[in-house]
Design a binder for this molecule. Structure first.
Ligand code: NAD
Length: 313
């Protein structure tokens, strides 16, 4: 059976579309008032198939909102020194306002060193310690796109955050940690959980807002979710077999057809049927957090371009 649910969908796809439109307007204004066209350069090293898709999508979206968009595709055996030189060259190029180095980098390349070489004012991924430090201190700066997108979504749907207990599962530098800081900035009471947390279901099920960034398909089942909680699912995983698809989505025809015809459907870190059963509001997978990451990357690039001409909003 497919679960009937009254839970409110927090539509990331629609929100991302609205942000794309706002950014497109901002780009046109910057061009008109300052003669500046925001420029985003994505550096991709190697041929990781998932990274190639992400980079293509970023390139396409940037062009669509009116940015100058470029992807530098470097071979997998590019040395760390050459990557650092490429980044330095982009740092010095005034037509580039945003630099994003697609992770993961090939083995043997020190990602942290590469990130720290990006000029902080062009670090549109928000990973440079200068920007993460400013985030922690409550100062303006470039904020990591996925967590920033999640907060933007919660705000646009007017999900109450002040005083609420937010539980973030996952403590990565790119999602869990900055997300926890942003929730704190919204006056949530924040708990961060991770792989060593004891009694994870007990803590998770005390959350008013539960945010899962774990990287384990459908790990968050009903006992982790307080009835009425707002659930944000950051995970993205492929489901390729029909039996697992049925277990996760019941008799959902659309999902089954995706597996049969396209070879896969997507699931997050939260069990989709259990989420619908318990949550008062939730982000779907796909169409929840995913589309917001690119939207906020574009917004960050616009912000960087505005700041380069002293026109920050
Ligand atoms: P990560 O592997 O860097 O971090 C995972 C975190 O989960 C770690 O801090 C770890 O302590 C915690 N964890 C692992 N197993 C656990 C367990 N059994 N119990 C409790 N905690 C556990 O992953 P990440 O980069 O933060 O990404 C998390 C997920 O979000 C992945 O599925 C990734 O694909 C997805 N993601 C999606 C987007 C998007 O745009 N939607 C962006 C980034 C990441």
């Amino acid at each position: 059976m497919q679960t009937e649910s009254s839970a409110r969908k927090l539509d990331g796809k629609a929100t991302a579309k609205a942000i794309h439109q706002e950014v497109a307007k901002g780009c046109a204004e910057l061009q008109e008032n300052h003669g500046v066209r925001p420029g985003l350069t994505v550096v991709l090293v190697g041929e990781d198939p998932a990274s190639q898709i992400y980079v293509r999508n970023k390139e396409k979206s940037a062009t669509e909102v009116g940015m100058k968009s470029e992807a530098l595709r470097l071979p997998a055996d590019t040395s760390e020194a050459e990557i650092l030189d490429t980044v330095r060259r982009l740092n010095d190029d005034p037509s580039v306002h945003g630099i994003l180095v697609q992770l993961p980098l090939p083995e043997g390349v020190d990602s942290q060193k590469v990130i720290e070489t990006i000029a902080p004012e062009k670090d549109v991924d928000g990973f440079h310690p200068y920007n993460t430090g400013r985030l922690l201190t409550g100062l303006p700066g470039l904020v990591s796109c996925t967590p920033f997108g999640i907060i933007e979504l919660l705000k646009r749907y007017e999900v109450p955050m002040s005083g609420k207990h937010a539980v973030v599962i996952g403590r990565s530098n790119i999602v869990g940690k900055p997300l926890a800081v942003l929730l704190l900035r919204e006056n949530c009471t924040v708990t961060i959980c991770h792989s060593r947390t004891q009694d994870l279901p007990g803590i998770a099920s005390s959350a008013d807002i539960l945010l899962a960034a774990i990287g384990r398909p459908a790990m968050i089942t009903r006992e982790y979710i307080k009835p009425g909680a707002v659930v944000v699912d950051v995970g993205i995983h492929r489901v390729e077999d029909e039996a697992t698809c049925r277990e996760l989505f019941g008799d959902n025809e659309r999902r089954l057809r995706a597996v049969q015809k396209r070879g896969a459907t997507l699931v997050g870190d939260v069990h989709p049927q259990h989420m619908l059963e318990r949550a008062s509001a939730y982000t779907p997978v796909p169409g929840g957090v995913g589309p917001l990451t690119i939207a906020l990357l574009l917004q960050n690039t616009l912000q960087a371009a505005r700041e380069s001409v002293g026109a920050a909003s």
